[in-house]
Write a protein that binds this ligand. Structure first.
Ligand code: ZN
Length: 295
């Protein structure tokens, strides 16, 4: 058992540090299968999915958190979303013509190899209630994990480290975060943090993918007392619906819809996230136009 499709929080009893560990597999399949992604795009998208779950786990909120990386390399967009209750969805856009060269490498290309050196990453928090928040950092590191650590250093006072891995239809992630000083003094916490970080750096990405959480934590931190909280399950979930598509169509206005009706006879809208197609035939379109003209 390797705790697939769940995340689990853990705490160190003797210092002010917490962590989160997660693995994705079945929940990742609909995301990776929605398009015929090159292998290196699959890997970086898988990492982005693990990252967005870790980011969401650091917040107390109800809503949706998204990570959007835009670049001008072979990959032009990475979009990953997670909700507070463990639903994930995501997609990548890439330029096939640029792609062959980037994908023939034996090893995984770096983040800047894939997205170019001018990219930016936006982290957006959309609470169900309350104000939206967005933080933006440049994609100026070789790995997604390093860019996200940069984001944390900008937006949070709490030291945060992240390890991410993705490939072969699976992804895994580990996060360590310093908490405000409660159990130990600032000096003690700083020493322990350095020690814990050094230990975590010895973890191989194979171990992170393959071993049960208890074993990963025992291998790394057996000199510490670590408490594991209950695991929370993670699953694929898309928020698209016929209702939403209908509202999107209505927002085009009666005149535009009438010209779609006249020219095409129907509107067929494909969801980029889950591949679901909603077809609005002539009768459906006429109904929306009728409702718009009634308003
Ligand atoms: Zn969808």
């Amino acid at each position: 058992m390797s705790n697939a499709d769940s995340k689990q929080r853990f705490f160190f009893s003797d210092c002010d540090i917490r962590g989160e560990i997660l693995r994705l597999e079945a929940s990742l399949a609909p995301i990776l299968q929605a398009r015929e992604y090159p292998l290196s795009v699959q890997s970086v998208l898988s990492e982005a999915m693990a990252a967005v779950v870790l980011l969401a786990s650091t917040l107390k909120f109800e809503g949706r958190l998204s990570l959007q990386a835009q670049g001008s390399g072979a990959v032009t967009l990475l979009l990953a979303e997670a909700t507070h209750d463990g639903q994930i969805r995501g997609l990548a856009k890439y330029d096939e013509t640029q792609f062959d060269a980037a994908d023939t490498n034996d090893s995984q290309p770096s983040l800047t190899d894939l997205l170019g050196t001018e990219g930016v990453m936006a982290i957006t928090i959309r609470p169900l209630h309350g104000k939206q928040y967005q933080g933006v950092v440049p994609l100026d590191a070789d790995s997604l994990a390093a860019c996200i650590e940069h984001y944390f250093s900008q937006s949070e006072q709490l030291k945060t480290r992240i390890w991410l891995t993705g490939g072969n239809g699976r992804a895994a992630g580990l996060l360590l975060q310093q908490l405000p000083n409660q159990v130990s003094t600032p000096d003690e916490n700083a020493d322990i943090w350095q020690n814990i970080e050094t230990l975590a750096n010895t973890l191989t990405m194979e171990e992170l993918l393959d071993l049960p959480n208890e074993e990963v934590l025992h291998r790394l931190f057996h000199e510490q007392t670590v408490q594991l909280a209950d695991a929370q399950s993670l699953r694929f979930g898309c928020t698209c619906s016929r209702d939403k598509v209908s509202r999107t169509l209505a927002s085009l206005g009666a005149a535009e819809l009438q010209s779609i009706l006249d020219e095409l006879g129907e509107a067929s809208i494909n969801c980029d996230f889950c591949g679901q197609t909603e077809v609005f035939d002539a009768v459906d379109l006429a109904q929306i136009i009728h409702e718009l003209s009634d308003q």
